[in-house]
Design a protein around this ligand. Structure first.
Ligand SMILES: NC(=O)c1ccc[n+]([C@@H]2O[C@H](COP(=O)([O-])OP(=O)(O)OC[C@H]3O[C@@H](n4cnc5c(N)ncnc54)[C@H](OP(=O)(O)O)[C@@H]3O)[C@@H](O)[C@H]2O)c1
Length: 358
């Protein structure tokens, strides 16, 4: 498999590569990459058949979107690229503030109609385009009714300013409610979920993945390498050093737990058996998980990007996958117990009834 192993975004007609190029590093100080480096990443990804670029208004205070806009224009590939960006985090306290009013403006963030229209117009300007292919709600604000979000985003689809929309970092029930409203009312609905998902972050398997499968939404994992942890470059007992996890960053150092080191040990064993880098195996594991459509990869160097793209040529044996599944398994939670054979037998009078598709 390579970047041209295109697939749809969930139950939609939007066609994308199995790995998207995440642009959170573009223009980000300390752990990011400058414009020349970002252009190389962009050109390399596109050169290998990649078509899916993921940005956000908040990344490097708008610099990421501005770079992506320039790269697309210079390469003349607007129609070829599936361009995704996001709204939701408040812009008024960042370099985006010039378009967002005085610091503390509550309507310069969130999923209310006022902010979505403001954020989209600003993104379109930075990206130098008149439409977004996939517009993400970056994070649920906890207050805007889902009906309002659907109304605003549906109007933007009908107006041609966005082609599709999807939700990131939200409770599963919210996405499910939106999908249900969409199918009942025959209006545009969310086509994907963007969530933290990796060998060391499997929480979404409880509620989000089943909801995504039921509603035809693709699961798109972010931080698939846990910010670089799963590359194996960090060592037990050391601070993170110069890497992203080594200093003040939005992801902290919470990846350095005993359980995560144990997962990394097994990943390293499997990587040695395959004679490949651990990062490739971590991505291959994720690409094979139920519900996963496209994985968002991030890189701060060209070597990292090439390493990550090579994951598409990597196949885990069933035994290797089982070892990784086992070491990274979550402790059973409430919904797991509901699906247990014992409960099934209690419900069906001692019979082990098999459900549709099981
Ligand atoms: N929706 C959301 O809330 C959300 C949140 C986060 C990210 N995202 C999206 O997901 C994309 C990917 O997320 P992420 O950047 O956190 O992914 P990640 O793969 O978990 O971390 C990427 C970082 O890991 C290191 N790295 C990457 N490949 C490596 C390799 N082969 N070997 C060694 N180190 C490697 C680099 O950090 P060093 O510079 O330290 O080497 C790189 O910046 C982002 O660009 C963004 O588009 C979305």
């Amino acid at each position: 498999m390579d970047l041209t192993a295109y697939r749809t975004v969930g139950r939609s007609g939007l066609v994308v590569s199995p790995l998207a190029l995440g642009t959170m590093t573009f223009g980000t100080p300390r752990w990011g990459v400058d414009e020349a480096g970002a252009r190389t990443l962009f050109d390399t990804y596109l050169g290998q058949g990649g078509n899916f670029i993921d940005s956000a208004d908040i990344y490097s205070g708008g610099a990421s979107e501005a770079m992506v806009g320039r790269f697309i224009a210079d390469a003349g590939v607007r129609d070829q690229v599936v361009l995704a960006t996001k709204f939701g985090f408040n812009a008024s306290a960042s370099p985006l503030a010039a378009q967002a009013g005085r610091p503390g403006n509550p309507n310069a963030g969130g999923a209310g109609a006022k902010n979505i229209h403001r954020a989209l117009d600003a993104s379109l300007k930075r990206l130098g385009t008149d439409y977004i292919d996939l517009y993400w709600m970056h994070i649920w604000d906890g207050v805007t009714p889902v009906e309002e979000i659907m109304h605003t985003l549906g109007d933007l689809v009908r107006a041609g300013k966005i082609r599709y929309f999807a939700f990131s970092d939200m409770p599963a029930w919210l996405a499910m409610k939106a999908a249900t409203i969409a199918s009942e009312r025959r209006v545009p609905g969310p086509v994907a979920m963007q969530l933290e998902y990796s060998l060391v972050a499997r929480d979404i398997e409880r509620e989000h993945v089943p909801a995504a499968l039921e509603a035809g939404m693709a699961v798109m994992p972010w931080s698939p390498l846990a910010g670089g942890f799963l590359s194996g470059k960090y060592q037990r007992g050391q601070s993170g050093g110069a890497g992203r996890l080594g200093g003040a960053n939005p992801f902290g150092d919470s990846k350095f737990t005993e359980k995560n080191w144990a997962i990394l040990d097994v990943l390293a064993e499997v990587a040695a058996e395959q004679e490949r880098a651990p990062a490739q195996l971590a991505l291959a594991w994720l690409l094979g998980r139920p519900g996963v459509g496209t994985v968002l990869v991030g890189a701060s160097t060209l070597a990292q990007l090439n390493d990550n793209l090579a994951a598409l040529g990597c196949t885990l044996t069933p035994e290797q996958r089982a070892r990784l599944d086992e070491v990274s398994a979550m402790a059973p939670g409430f919904t797991d117990s509901l699906a247990s054979p014992a409960i099934r037998r209690m419900v069906f009078g001692g019979n082990a009834v098999r459900g549709w598709g099981e």
